[in-house]
Design a protein. Sequence first.
Length: 197
Amino acid sequence: MYSGNLGLGIAAVIGLGLAGVVVMMGALLIANMRAVAQARGMAEQARDDARQKMRASSVQDLRPLLGVTPDAASIRFDVQLPPDAVPVFAIEAELRDLLAKVVAHAARVMSAGATLQVSARVERGHAVVHWRDLDAEDVRPPLARFFDALDAASQASARVCERIASRHGGRIYSAPHADGALGLTLRLPLHESTAGS
């Protein structure tokens, strides 16, 4: 009698254990199916974003976009552009937004009357734009600290600029000019027709 009850108790425990394993496996299966569906959704969204970017993009010469001196009365501009086109395949409105955010940051952090130098060049298959504060005395001037800024507005602008650059296959970062002065650099792939030159 006692051994029969013990046998039934062990069978019940084993049954409960097996039921728990089955439930856990079912939960894992459902979780995996959801993860696969989410991954498919994200992949489809990425494809839609890429298609939308292709429809909205066109070949842009960076020179006219950089040559327009924005309304930043507190600073002066020294714009140095090459004689030949600097073509990138991009969404013009997004490029204008990125450029405007960099200039707005410069106007916020540079001394009144200081000169922001904006230069562009073609370098090894990339369009390169560099901004630097010509009057900065600090080794690491505030302009170059765009991505380390403490205020929320600058942080938000910096993140937007990084997203736009990345969306166009490029990047924006703090970097020195050829003469060693630290500033900001935007690097974007040249449009394919000129990338090999």
